[in-house]
Ligand binder design. Sequence first.
Ligand code: ADP
Length: 398
Amino acid sequence: MKVLVINSGSSSIKYQLLDPDSGDVVASGVVQRIGEPVADGTPTIEHSSGGKTYEHDGVVLDHAAGLQLVFDLFAESGHDLAEEGLRAVGHRVVHGGEVFFEPTLITDAVVRTISDLSSLAPLHNPANVVGIESARKLLPEVPQVAVFDTAFFHHMPAAAKTYAIDTKIAAANGVRRYGFHGTSHEYVSGQVADFLERDRTDLNQIVLHLGNGASASAIRGGRAVDTTMGLTPLEGLVMGTRSGDLDPGIIFHLIRTADMNVDDVDALLNRQSGIKGLSGVNDFRELGRLIETGDAAATLAFEVYIHRLRRYIGAYLVELGRVDAITFTAGVGENDAKVRAAALAGLERYGIAVDEARNTAKSRTARYISPEGAEVAVLVVPTNEELAIARASARLVG
Ligand code: ADP
């Protein structure tokens, strides 16, 4: 029996129909530019099933309309979702706040609480709620499950979760470090244990999830003890378009002196910063091409990115004391050998090394990039958040 996984963003819906046991994907697709005009002729929905691609070119008015069109494409490609006998619908939900830290069966009360948490994730939670409500209307008989991006970090020690500000103000406003990408960090660290044929409770790990958004985590015996993202996904590593860590004084300075308001600074730090702010491009393939042409801004962007990444790797080495595995995952982590080599260069005295031939070999499966017999296993492990959500949902509904 299959699970439908839905990742509903502010103007997009990504989805997959998959078998949680085998991991086989029956169909997948993406709805884009929801609520936006379509002028350039690129499809708003791309749906793949059985090796064929199905497209929709018209305007998608809202999430409910988008999901209905997706259901129609499912039917057209031979999968009537109402007849499919779905085991569950699994929803990716970005912020679980203090409330949700396990996969949770969705009820009206759960939807209200996810909605109430929107002040912590104003771009994400409202979009997640719309996706949930649309799916519940279309599939009222199928159990729906919310899987939270923050959940894996719920049990971090207080020292890692606490910002050093007035405790009353922090408590009244939910200000603490939550962490994100938890589904990926948990899934990948589990895959690492399987790959090494070790029990996850015996392993200390650093996981580097480097995609367009990026975060690192320190995991002791299967439990996250630290991560780079905080109250929001803005903290920590340099990302495709986000600044990551900076002196919070910069925000006051820009508001006071640069004629920018809070929303301007929010947009600057979330959408016009990071690799994009420094180099003009946010995709690492383009960044690599610019660096090869000798572009100084692109070279500096790469150096700033690596500098920040190494800072956190160092911090987590000290925090964990002993590290068994360091793992790269997500779009950049899985594909960019230069990032991986630079992130761990010169750490041989800590038992950490990257073998050049292994690092540059092309592969889509979990693999070592450290030399044979190295003290610390350095790995590349593909993430699969959809499969993790499908499995968590199937497990919950039994
Ligand atoms: P998201 O955070 O959107 O889920 P992904 O994990 O899919 O992101 O990562 C997307 C990013 O991965 C792209 O923006 C690009 O920078 C990078 N990427 C993808 N393929 C490659 C590649 N072959 N080489 C280098 N970087 C890549």
